[in-house]
Design a protein around this ligand. Sequence first.
Ligand SMILES: [Zn+2]
Ligand SMILES: [Zn+2]
Length: 390
Amino acid sequence: MPVIDRIADLSEEITAWRHDLHAHPELQYDVHRTAGFVADKLRAFGCDEVVTGIGRTGVVGVIRGRAHGSNRAIGLRADMDALPIQEIRDLPYRSTAPGKMHACGHDGHTAMLLGAAKYLAETRDFDGRAVLIFQPAEEGGGGGEAMVQDGMMERFGVEAVYGLHNVPGQPLGTFAIRPGPIMASTDRFTILIEGRGGHAALPQAAVDTVLVASHIVVALQSIVARNIDPLDSAVVSVCAVEAGEAFNVLPQTAELRGTMRALTPAVRGLMRERLAAIAENVAAAFGAQASVDFASGYPATENHPAETDFMADIAAQIVGEERVERDVAPMMAAEDFSYMLAHRPGAYIFMGNGDSAGLHHPEYDFNDAAIPYGTSLWARIIETGLPARE
Ligand SMILES: [Zn+2]
Ligand SMILES: [Zn+2]
């Protein structure tokens, strides 16, 4: 069972929506035009329910199957927000908003879920409810969490939830998934080091925070190398170092900022513990003081085994078993869909974007040739997961 014929027929229309969304990128929760575009389309397709303003600017559409025996519901999720990046390609549908662009393909994700909505509202060949979830603020704003906190799962009776992301470099017409963690958790840290400022010619009278910061940066790399089990995955990256301004002044303070990523809560907790201990104790060894501040980012995206198998089986129906990788390596980036998977069983799959520039790159563009695959996947998850009885 390859791509659904009717969806292949709709591809041109879905592509036009994608280009419209691409030309009008919006950031974080400020996705008013996009959410309006989505809600208008869902209403025009004849969705049974269209609710806006969930999780501030999220939209949910509900389509009932033709058979009315079941009240079961499956959620499908797309993200709507763009990134603060200046697009550099001269596409006919290039961004009209300076400094903003759809560099993560959320325009494609939104258009494909709209395409599935149009198809499902037309055919309704299932028993139960398709819950189409369009979230704001995936790029660091926690829009998925906001929708969950707003009671979305309970309100729409969502029993299982599925998500998808395009992946540049993964061949077009392929899917990749794995049970367990597929995307990492992320935590931000800020380390403030307090020493004693002074004259560069009189180091004996000062506590040099530049030297202390340098030792901390080096020592932090021992967390992954020496504290984490080599068979687990973890990353510590110091991404900002701030100290001093002059050639001849030892600065009183220094600040380090960065992120830590892990695939399991145990590794995540161990990294926090070790980072604080190393920063505080290295500073103390030099006569300085370090204080550490953590800001929790997204948890790891944890695929549930049964739903992962189900999603992989549907993908295999569309593109063939040999084009579905069922044990792909996880990515150490983080994903807001993790909050939905923390509340309901479900799975998240990677879809090939072919040979394109990378995600978050100013030359990136979603591959329209992937639209029939992703849209068919959504439609079949509903038709197979909520089968209409004969
Ligand atoms: Zn992104
Ligand atoms: Zn993304």
